[in-house]
Ligand binder design. Structure first.
Ligand code: NAP
Length: 478
């Protein structure tokens, strides 16, 4: 049984919910205590009580605890990675990559404790010393999705803590164990009681309590646009600071001058790895007319070689959808795609038999000749479904890529340097890759989108400190 963590105690009262393996639904990965609105209130109260002492601790002292938590997670690297595969479905190599990233994120922000960059500039006035130092925002609510069940909690928790804030974390119900392991590591590292509080349970039931918790000063949310926009409206009523990272409909432009094989590989990787359940996954491949037919044929052949199965098995490239609801959403969009664009060139169905019956497996699916107004070119599907679109030339491809309400990630495959720069300056996404998959980011630079995908300061890298801290500006006459 995995309890909630409130005021430094593991709380195991109340009803529970099961966390099941989406590759094998007969396997219960964990039984979690279902938090209540009262638990959220208690957690926020504990965070408020812990705030003065935690924020008064020096940055390096806070960093020392984060370094220790990273070491504890590192010691459990194999176990925690395997648990992630079992609760979320991504392949074991992908899970290992994510846990490694969480450890690195903790070490990166632990180091920020010794820097905590403020500002110091010369005054215009005689014998006046002026500077700005950082101070924490206060009690922060963190709400995270299931698709990166360790890295996203890590990239919110670590900067929040190093800046001296205290936290209430609400993980996704479909994959709470990876976040629980981080909280466990922080507990064992000696984090003072109340500094981090963890309440699992239904977002629909806990969300209202969180956003209304009196001590709360800020909320950082990653998830769907629907929930993010609701949280934003609620947070605005109280003038809470808010940061939202939400959906995308990310394009990869493939130009005729691209390194052809690399482009095929990058699109297949970005569209289908992690079962297409990355917010930065490519869901629209926009291919220049001159190579369209050849590219689509090669992409279909590459996709045919992808092995779908239980992510714990060696040689598997693509795991299941995270749960039945997500699988049904994907299958519904495939039906819509059939009506709009005709039969897919490959995939298009749930996989059954041959070890698939106990999981939520969907074959990687490619629709060709998709046009801009089709639903499958407009709406986020969040599964292994790719819409391939034909562009007359570079200008047409740029127009199609930007002609969408979202602006999370975007990619171009080209060997033409001028077009790379045209693309970099004119793309409306927040995260660009060139000759790489659209997904696959590092923690040392800002992360986040534009337009309907995101709201508020960026996450990760030095930019993360902006959301989790405030400036206090000081003038001294001496
Ligand atoms: P979701 O349904 O919006 O859930 C995200 C989190 O919000 C979960 O913890 C969920 O709890 C919670 N929640 C649900 N209703 C709530 C409410 N009324 N108040 C407060 N919290 C509530 O999203 P998801 O299905 O987990 O994740 C997939 C989405 O996340 C996709 O749209 C994807 O693009 C996006 N995403 C974006 C990024 C990015 O950086 N831009 C990164 C990863 C994922 P429950 O689990 O209990 O429902």
């Amino acid at each position: 049984m995995f309890g909630n963590y409130i005021n430094g105690e593991w709380v195991e009262r109340g009803s529970t919910f099961e966390n099941r393996n989406p590759a094998n639904t007969g396997e219960v990965v964990g039984v979690f205590v279902k938090g209540t609105p009262q638990d959220v209130e208690d957690a926020a109260g504990a965070a408020a009580a812990a705030l003065p002492a935690w924020s008064a601790l020096s940055g390096p002292a806070r960093g020392a605890i984060l370094f220790k938590a990273a070491d504890i997670l590192d010691q459990r690297f194999e176990q925690v990675s395997a648990e992630m595969t079992r609760e979320e479905g991504k392949t074991l190599p992908e899970a290992k990559g994510e846990v490694r990233r969480s450890i690195n994120i903790f070490r990166y922000f632990a180091g920020e404790g010794s820097r905590m960059p403020g500002m110091i500039v010369p005054s215009e006035r005689d014998r006046v010393h002026m500077f700005a130092l950082r101070k924490p925002v206060g009690v922060v609510g963190l709400v995270t999705p299931w698709n990166f069940p360790s890295a996203i909690p890590a990239w919110k928790l670590a900067p929040a803590l190093i800046c001296g804030n205290t936290v209430v974390l609400k993980p996704a119900s479909a994959a709470p164990l990876s976040a629980w392991r981080i909280v466990e590591a922080l507990h064992e590292a000696g984090l003072p009681k109340g500094v981090v509080n963890f309440v699992a349970g239904s977002g629909g039931e806990l969300g209202q309590a969180l956003i209304q918790a009196k001590p709360l000063k800020a909320v950082s949310f990653t998830g769907s646009c629907q929930i993010g926009n609701w949280l934003h409206a609620e947070a605005s009523k109280r003038r809470l600071r808010i940061q939202l990272e939400m959906g995308g409909k990310n394009p990869t432009i493939v130009l005729a001058d691209a390194d052809f094989n690399l482009a095929v590989e990058n699109v297949a990787n970005a569209a289908f790895f992690s079962t297409g359940q990355k917010c930065t996954a490519t869901s629209r491949a926009i291919v220049e007319d001159a190579i369209y037919d050849r590219f689509v044929a090669a992409l279909v052949e590459r996709t045919r070689k992808l092995k779908v199965g239980d992510g714990m098995q060696p040689g598997v490239h693509i795991g299941p959808c995270v749960d039945e609801a997500q699988m049904n959403t994907v299958l519904r969009y495939i039906d819509i795609g059939r009506k709009e664009a005709g039969a897919p060139l490959i995939g298009g169905q749930r996989l059954t038999g041959d070890g698939y019956d106990q999981g939520y497996f969907v074959a990687p699916t490619i629709f060709s000749e998709v046009t801009e107004q089709m639903t499958i070119a407009q709406e986020e599907i969040f599964g292994p479904v790719l819409a391939v679109m034909r562009a007359k030339d570079f200008e047409d491809a740029m127009r199609i890529a930007n002609n969408i309400p979202f602006g999370l990630s975007s990619s171009i495959q080209t060997t033409n340097l001028s077009r790379v720069f045209e693309y970099v300056y004119r793309s409306e996404a927040g995260l660009l890759t060139i000759n790489l998959p659209s997904a696959g980011v590092e923690y040392q630079l800002p992360f986040g989108g534009t337009k309907d995908s995101s709201f508020g300061p960026k996450e990760q890298g030095p930019a993360a400190m902006e959301f989790y801290s405030d400036y206090k500006t000081v003038y001294i006459k001496y």
